[in-house]
Design a protein around this ligand. Structure first.
Ligand code: SF4
Length: 213
């Protein structure tokens, strides 16, 4: 279990978080979804895949299988064909079918919001669980994806490199109310300015506060 430690938040880092949250106020994931079940499946499919590609696939998937019961009973080859272009299609198809079946049979078609329940579902790690918990239930959590990792490291907010350690590090000092909004704003900042290659430091609104800018 990840718990908070006593690391103090620095005024600089809190100021950076507030600026990023003001700059990128939309906290909705860039994946298309109409309900918590669709969000959960879309996040599972987004592993090693762009959101745009997932957004092409999910309307087809949910037209064929609109709820946990139907997706949980779906044929593996049919689901594999639909989600093929998202990559790792065999593993992802197994995961979303098994997860849908469990949500139907164990949780009466409601996506659970507990971290332990969510991460016990096939294909659901802490990142996926934190996205769903934050978006659906407004629960605090730090969502470490490739953009978040790059941005927080460049901003000097963590020296860790492993996602779990980055999550633990940031959880220890980012106030709970800011955790989910900051996860999303850092993600959007990474996409908009702080690119992996050739970051747009000259145009970046937080450049003056950034040790890497
Ligand atoms: S100044 Fe450059 S390195 Fe720093 S956050 Fe902005 S884009 Fe990223």
């Amino acid at each position: 279990m990840i718990t908070n430690s006593d690391r103090q938040a620095s005024p600089l880092h809190l100021s950076l978080i507030e600026k990023l949250n003001r700059l990128h106020p939309d906290t909705t994931p860039m994946l298309s979804f109409r309900n918590p079940f669709e969000l959960l499946v879309a996040v599972i499919l987004s592993a090693q895949c762009t959101d745009a590609k997932v957004n092409e696939v999910t309307p087809v998937l949910f037209r064929a299988f609109p709820d946990p019961a139907s997706l949980g009973a779906a044929s593996l080859p049919v689901v594999e064909r639909i989600i093929y272009s998202t990559g790792f299609y065999h593993e992802k198809a197994l995961h979303i079918i098994a997860t849908a079946a469990l949500i139907h049979s164990t949780y009466a078609d409601e996506v659970p919001m507990g971290m332990e329940e969510l991460t016990a579902l096939p294909g659901v790690g802490r990142k996926t669980a934190n996205v769903v918990r934050g978006q659906v239930a407004g629960l605090p959590g730090i969502i470490v994806d490739t953009h978040f990792k790059r941005v927080t490291r460049r901003l000097g907010m963590t020296e860790e490199t492993e996602p779990l350690k980055i999550e633990r590090d940031l959880l220890s000092w980012v106030p709970e109310t800011l955790q989910y909004p900051f996860s999303m704003s850092a993600n959007r900042h990474g996409r908009a300015y702080c690119h992996a290659r050739n970051p747009r430091c000259g145009e970046c609104p937080v450049q003056k506060l950034c040790p890497s800018g």
